[in-house]
Design a protein around this ligand. Structure first.
Ligand SMILES: Cc1ncc(COP(=O)(O)O)c(C=O)c1O
Length: 395
């Protein structure tokens, strides 16, 4: 997820435009901004890139998920089915909305398994939020048809997977709304930023208003704008948007390099004892931020990750032990520990998260290892990495 590896004069120029105009706010100041509308331009470029009718840029991926929930009318007491392998932000956005996260297992795509969704349904289920993890896609066509059949809202957390596509259709564009993140470690970055995309003009209007205190953005006097709804402040600044605008122009080159590096690594690892690769519903659509694979059992995965560290093979992730990306270590969620009482605790349908088990997901995650794919690797770096890898497996 390395957009930051390729910062250069392009980002500097976009930021300089903003500094020269002195307008850091994304709305208004039409004269002073000298034609520079960084957030607005980013929105239309991103819409075009992912093939959505509308896009609203915001302050983070977490904000994007909150905005999507609000725009889709998901709120207090509504159950939303999510996978236990995600970044905690997905859960936090739900809790902030007063909605109830309901965990359903993943499969070997490392994403929500469409085959077990039925068993997670209750009469309070309002939405399903698959998370396209580690740069690649869930079985999104099957999840979408399940949602359509059941009349459920589909919101995609595609925060980690800009550039990924299933059958040439961008992730994030299958559901009612899709969410992206441009935080500092994502495929492209704004420093901090996020976006929601949708084909619905109505959802777009609600989202854009909600993210800016309910402003309808009609007219030339901000103080006299209408407020169709209450909202909050999830605005992005022009400075952040400027960085992202330059980065977006590099997306295709970034994807090309990632895919090439991943392919070389994957080919080198074919046939290594015990190694089975992550299932990809559409391998050509993988954004290739990671190469993920499974070992036959937890012990073998643990000893391999130790051997990689000892051999100096960096940027390898064993998510099963990670405190932020997998339910197993979310002790704060299990205790519902928050600075103030969560609305969830007032609900009858609040599950006891301390006793929740996701055994199938444990079985998958305890065997999974992800290697980050870097843009900065030279062919010599890649060659050395492969040499070390092969030696680890031989020893
Ligand atoms: C799956 C997922 N959802 C949401 C987020 C939140 O994005 P941000 O860090 O921009 O708030 C992240 C960030 O890592 C993520 O990985």
């Amino acid at each position: 997820m390395p957009g930051f590896e390729w910062f250069g004069n392009e980002e500097r120029k976009e930021v300089q435009d903003v500094m020269d105009s002195g307008v850091l706010f994304r709305y208004g100041f039409d004269q002073a901004r000298k034609g520079h509308w960084k957030a607005k331009t980013f929105e239309s470029d991103l819409s075009q890139r992912v093939g959505s009718a509308h896009c609203h840029l915001c302050s983070s991926g977490t904000a994007a998920v909150s905005i999507a929930l609000a725009a889709c009318g998901v709120g207090a007491g509504d159950e939303v089915i999510i996978p236990p392998f995600t970044f905690i932000a997905t859960v936090e956005a739900l809790l902030t909305a007063g909605a109830v996260p309901v965990f359903a297992d993943i499969d070997e795509t490392l994403c929500l398994d469409p085959d077990i969704l039925e068993s997670a349904l209750t009469d309070r289920t309002k939405a399903i939020m698959p998370v396209h993890m580690c740069g690649a896609m869930a079985r999104i066509d099957e999840i979408k048809s399940f949602c359509d059949r059941k009349g459920l809202i589909l919101i995609e957390d595609a925060c980690q997977s800009l550039g990924a596509a299933f059958n040439r259709k961008s992730v994030g564009t299958f559901g009612r709304m899709g969410c992206f993140s441009f935080d500092p470690v994502k495929t492209i970055t704004c420093g901090e930023g996020g976006a929601v995309v949708t084909d619905s003009p109505d959802l777009y209007s609600i989202a854009a208003a909600y993210a800016d205190h309910g402003h309808d953005h009609v007219g030339n006097d901000r103080g006299l704008e209408g407020h169709p709804s209450l909202g909050t402040n999830f605005r992005i600044s022009e400075l952040n948007a400027a960085v992202g605008l330059a980065q977006l122009k590099k997306l295709d080159r970034i994807l090309e390099k990632q895919r090439r590096n991943k392919k070389i690594l994957k080919e080198a690892m074919q046939g290594l004892p015990g190694v089975g690769f992550r299932k990809l519903p559409d391998e050509n659509g993988d954004s290739a931020t990671f190469l993920s694979f499974f070992m036959p059992d937890e012990n073998k995965a643990r000893s391999l990750i130790r051997a990689f560290a000892a051999a100096g093979i960096d940027s390898c992730f064993y998510w099963y032990d990670n405190n932020w990306h997998y339910l197993r270590n979310w002790s704060h969620l299990k205790k519902l520990s928050a600075p103030a009482r969560l609305p969830l605790t007032l609900l009858k349908n609040c599950p006891d998260y301390s006793t929740i088990e996701t055994i199938t997901s444990d079985r998958i995650m305890s065997r999974a290892i992800s290697m980050q794919i870097k843009l900065s690797w030279t062919d010599a770096d890649l060659g050395l990495r492969i040499e070390k890898l092969l030696k680890v497996f031989k020893d």
